[in-house]
Design a protein around this ligand. Structure first.
Ligand code: DX5
Ligand code: ZN
Length: 215
């Protein structure tokens, strides 16, 4: 059975709390919160106040996905807000080992996101500092973008590197995940499906979460 991380970027922004609760009741495993700065990506999204408020709303772990430059400067405020997992983009941070250590030092699971244009080879040097991996199948910035098929190859390679190094961390796939791509991703060894549009833009959030969970 798939683990589902519901990405609130695709929520009706005036109803985030109630839509997250519906996803939780339907069986979602995590809440995925994309934090964008308008610099690393064009878009601007959520701040620490939303994380703090969601912490009071849902029992699900809050996974903050930093799609921004200089993630280290944002770490303290999202740690204080109650993030359970914090991931940042490999190409947005010149000292990723330092950043992963700082996240762990704050008592938070440390994750790394890798965009569709970048390879996964450096995971060999990073995995033992990591608790989570996000392989992105769309460019960071927006929901609803077309799915990049190259993620299958990277998923297979990431798993190989994990086997070779003996460091296994859960692999999430982020972007364009729906029942069709999700099925193939699970077959290819994904652990967590991060889904925005296919959950929150669906006619029924409940039915959409249940469908993904059954993959
Ligand atoms: C994109 C975000 C994703 C986004 C995925 O920058 O990282 O989490 O919500 O959206 P969908 O599922 O609509 O492709
Ligand atoms: Zn994301």
């Amino acid at each position: 059975m798939a683990k589902v991380s519901a990405s609130i970027l695709a929520c009706d922004q005036t109803r985030i709390g109630e839509q997250v609760l519906e996803a939780e009741r339907a069986g979602a495993d995590l809440v995925h919160i994309d934090v964008m700065d308008g610099v690393y990506v064009e878009n601007v999204t959520f701040g620490p106040q939303l994380v703090a408020d969601l912490k009071k709303t849902t029992k699900l772990p809050l996974s903050v996905h930093m799609e921004l430059l200089r993630p280290e400067t944002f770490l303290p405020m999202f740690a204080k807000a109650g993030a359970d997992i914090i991931s940042f983009q490999l190409d947005a941070c010149p000292n990723p080992i330092h950043m992963l250590r700082e996240i762990r030092r704050a008592g938070i699971k440390a994750g790394l996101g890798i965009g569709p244009a970048y390879d996964v080879e450096s995971l060999r040097y990073l995995l033992h500092h990591m608790d989570a991996l996000i392989l992105m199948s769309v460019e960071p910035g927006y929901g609803g973008q077309p799915f990049e098929e190259s993620v299958y190859e990277k998923l297979a390679r990431a798993r190989e590197i994990m086997d070779e190094t003996g460091c296994r961390v859960p692999i999430s796939i982020d972007g364009g995940v729906n029942a069709v791509t999700g099925r193939r991703l699970m077959d290819a060894g994904a652990d967590i499906l991060i889904a925005g549009s296919s959950v929150f833009q669906a006619d029924s959030i409940t039915a959409a979460v249940k469908e993904l969970k059954q993959l």
